[in-house]
Design a protein around this ligand. Sequence first.
Ligand code: GDP
Length: 314
Amino acid sequence: MKKRLFIAGHTGMVGASLLREVVRTGSYLPVLATRRELDLRDASAVKLFMEEQRPDVVIFAAAKVGGILSNSTFPADFLYDNLVLATNIVQASFQTGVQRLLFLGSSCIYPKFAPQPIPEDALLSGALEETNEAYAIAKIAGLKLCAAYRKQHGVLFHSAMPTNLYGEGDNYHPDHSHVIPGLLHRFHAAKEGGLPEVAIWGSGTPCREFLYVDDLASACLHLLTLKNPPDWINVGYGSDVSILDLAKAVARTVGYEGRIVLDSDKPDGTPKKLLDSSLLRATGWSPKVPLEEGLGRAYEAYKTARASGQLRAV
Ligand code: GDP
């Protein structure tokens, strides 16, 4: 009999990709709830849902996420919502006998000046980047909560820390989105409108590592097959790119030929954020989608979503 897998947050970019991968591989029976059916911030509703549905395995892909501006403008929302989601889902999973839970965090849990590439043991070795501290603190708490339940109760609750993600189903809000959807949207609009230049935020010098969301989904299903996974493990692509070079790649993807200028009033954030994913690679997983290909796929998904009125911009 197939195990029942609850994908918490299956309508988000990561959850939707996980669902596609579960359906494609036929590896689990998916257990799902839309936001209207279940408010994950409501502890008793989450417990009731888990009691009724009895999932064997849970992947925690629900989060309040946003780009650098959104994170620094709404720290209370990012900290509160993400803490509550983590405590509700972990506690309800434990109470209803879930055998295995995979908690998803983010590479921003690591200190601003962590050694690069960032190994797992850099956690809590220094101060965090201020622009996303609230989100990072909630994700560190979630990770530690899983590790504590594992230690105290012997349940297999563990975590994965993906690098910056992008792909189908991303959020394209002009201010609140992450850099790739933000740039895809801006370069597309500039091309359509015949604009001579596009501004990118900050100095263009920060470096980021990007992973196509479908690669994260395959990594998650792989992690669920490991007998004794580490409490948390990095999931990265393996190389990074400067924001200026990323912008040039986005311009090529979109077919925009105007100038790229810098909007230096906007923040840069952490100077570099490249994960050391050697621990995961050693378990037999590697990413499949290079950046240029992923940008092409993301752009196609963007145009399709736009044409059908389904574009997320929240
Ligand atoms: P971060 O990795 O948490 O800093 O999140 P982001 O994806 O929001 O930003 C990554 C980097 O891209 C930062 O240095 C931003 O200043 C830069 N950037 C350049 N243009 C944009 C844009 O249009 N939107 C966003 N979100 N970031 C941009």
